[in-house]
Write a protein that binds this ligand. Structure first.
Ligand code: HEC
Ligand code: HEC
Ligand code: HEC
Ligand code: HEC
Length: 454
């Protein structure tokens, strides 16, 4: 047995383990699996979903799993940045092939890389498909990352329930599919420079939810009574294939709760009032943001509205920790390394943040080998300070407001709002990524009042 197995042995049913261990010897995983299969080895999602697994199929169709290869930003980043980058720098070639290991896994297994463009309607468009996940028997190595899942296609499908073979296939119960490590095979990623550019499962593993026995499935594939197949049995706990995350506003909304209070309730113009904001991550099992952290930002904007309706922006107080600069919005340019794939050696970069200067940004900056901020995760060598929200973490921010002499008497309402954005706007604009990808989403807000005296 290889050393990976003790990790999941705790949870695994012994005979499944044995089976998986046997097939592991014969089957290649990760980079080595390139070109080891044919497309025909895998059933299409339509085949699985037309007559039998109709609800699951429709859920999957609406999730990002079914669009991992075809979604606009994926297509743009792959064909305009990753592929040309690999052509200019051979050290990036494996990273460019590797995109498909997670985004178009059956194309990767079939050796069809780079796959045809999405408009060609090839089988790469199936993205992360039913039969890829349901033929996974385990993973190779110690840590799940960089598509090191092991897929053994065939008549046996792995899932939560064994026995009771269906007319179409044999069913084998799998403890591995039920584990968070399974998700980690694609949701953890190491760059060619050895940097953990995606670490959702590792973050989860270190956090409170894993200790309490939660798994990714408990929040992203929730259970409900019903049937999993049109003709099948009714179960109390059918796994819903929701996979809802950053692209579901309802999932993101309310992730962090915030409450703001002043240090005094009455003040005169010219006095100073300090506002404290407590921000609590009540919803994620991993950090927020997680996953494509190079693209994502969460930021807090604080505004005061006086009794005459005039609005005053309150910049956040600096705390003075190392690397804080990347967590306070400013006017800097960044992302110069996109000049390599874009064929512009002197590319000056684009706006680093694109949100009001002085707002606090909850993020982790990615740096290229030259130490410049990058969104090309394959070109990432190091990181800035990690100023994201851990699971169930509370952070405290303050804004010190010197009340202008002209402030009118009456109530001053101060509102702290938290926003989330999937992609930095300047990058979306540069690469013509549809606006929805850079649309700010209000996660939450809260207000407080101070009385301004004459
Ligand atoms: C074969 C690789 C693979 C496996 C295994 C996998 N995922 Fe994913 N997942 C992806 C890819 C690739 C995306 C990104 C799709 C996109 O936006 O391009 C994704 C997207 C998601 C999203 C949506 C994020 C968003 O932006 O809305 C969620 C949630 C998610 N996965 C959860 C899971 C869970 C839970 C598991 C385990 C049960 C899992 N994934 C297993 C590859 C995988
Ligand atoms: C306690 C509930 C919970 C658990 C457990 C959990 N998640 Fe999430 N996840 C969320 C919520 C809420 C969001 C939406 C906010 C966000 O985008 O982070 C989310 C978002 C995501 C996203 C999109 C993140 C982004 O910002 O692009 C991915 C991908 C994801 N989860 C994968 C996973 C994986 C993989 C696991 C297990 C290792 C997991 N989640 C465990 C609640 C959970
Ligand atoms: C990203 C991987 C992934 C993809 C894609 C995926 N599944 Fe699943 N599926 C799972 C996991 C994980 C489970 C639950 C494992 C557990 O909890 O033990 C599951 C459970 C199931 C079940 C059993 C449900 C139950 O509770 O009895 C069926 C049936 C199923 N999937 C069919 C499909 C079909 C059909 C598709 C495509 C339309 C699909 N799956 C796509 C990972 C996936
Ligand atoms: C180890 C698996 C893995 C590899 C390798 C990988 N990705 Fe991803 N990618 C993911 C997952 C999982 C997500 C979803 C994370 C999230 O929702 O935050 C994702 C998200 C993305 C997104 C953001 C999608 C969106 O709509 O926000 C883009 C673009 C992307 N990947 C492109 C690439 C490119 C280009 C490569 C190759 C250079 C690559 N990926 C390599 C797993 C991978």
């Amino acid at each position: 047995m290889k050393k990976a197995w003790p990790l999941i042995a705790l949870a695994a049913v012994p005979f499944v383990l044995l089976l998986a261990a046997q097939s592991e010897q014969a089957v290649k995983a990760g980079d080595e699996a390139l070109g080891t299969r044919r497309y025909e080895d895998y059933d299409t999602p339509r085949f699985c979903g037309t007559a039998c697994h109709t609800d699951i199929f429709q859920q999957w169709t609406q999730s990002m799993m079914s669009q991992a290869y075809t979604h606009h930003w994926d297509e743009i980043e792959y064909f305009r940045l990753a592929v040309p980058h690999a052509e200019k720098d051979p050290a990036m070639a494996q990273a460019q092939e590797g995109c498909n290991g997670c985004h178009a896994p059956i194309a990767f297994l079939a050796g069809d890389v780079p796959p045809p463009r999405p408009e060609k309607n090839s089988r790469a468009n199936e993205s992360v498909s039913c039969d890829l996940c349901h033929t996974v028997t385990g993973f190779s190595g110690d840590v799940p990352f960089n598509f090191n899942w092991i897929s053994v296609p065939g008549k046996t499908k792995y899932g939560p329930r064994g026995g009771g073979d269906s007319p179409e296939h044999n069913l084998q119960q799998s403890a591995f599919l039920a584990s968070s490590e399974f998700c980690g095979t694609c949701h953890n990623e190491k760059s060619p420079f050895g940097a953990w550019v995606k670490a959702t499962q590792l973050e989860f593993q270190e956090g409170p939810y894993a200790r309490e026995g939660f798994r990714c499935h408990d929040c992203h594939m929730t259970y409900a009574p019903g049937r999993s197949a049109a003709m099948g049995n009714t179960y109390p706990d059918v796994r819903q294939h929701l996979f809802h995350g950053a692209h579901d506003p309802g999932k993101v909304r309310g992730t962090v709760e915030l409450r703001i209070h002043p240090d005094i309730r009455e003040a005169e113009p010219g006095e100073t009032v300090k506002f404290t904001i407590v921000l609590f991550n009540q919803k994620t099992g991993h950090k927020f943001p997680t996953g494509s952290v190079e693209d994502r930002i969460v930021w807090m904007h604080v505004e005061a509205q006086d009794s005459k309706g005039q609005v005053h922006h309150l910049p956040v107080d600096k705390k003075g920790f190392p690397g804080e600069d990347t967590t306070i919005a400013g006017e800097a340019l960044a992302y110069q390394d996109m000049g390599i794939p874009l064929g512009k050696p002197d590319f000056p970069g684009v706006a680093r943040d694109g949100v009001p200067a002085g707002d606090r940004i909850f993020r982790m900056a990615y740096f290229d080998p030259q130490g410049r901020m990058t969104i090309q995760q394959w070109n990432t060598k190091s990181f800035g300070v990690d100023y994201r929200f851990g699971p169930r973490e509370s952070k405290i921010e303050t804004c010190t407001f010197s009340l202008p002499a002209s402030l009118p008497p009456g109530p001053l309402t101060v509102t702290a709002a938290l926003y989330y954005q999937k992609l930095i706007k300047s990058i979306a604009d540069l690469l013509n990524v549809p606006a929805e990808e850079a649309e700010p989403l209000k996660v939450n807000e809260h207000s407080t009042t101070v009385m301004i005296l004459d």
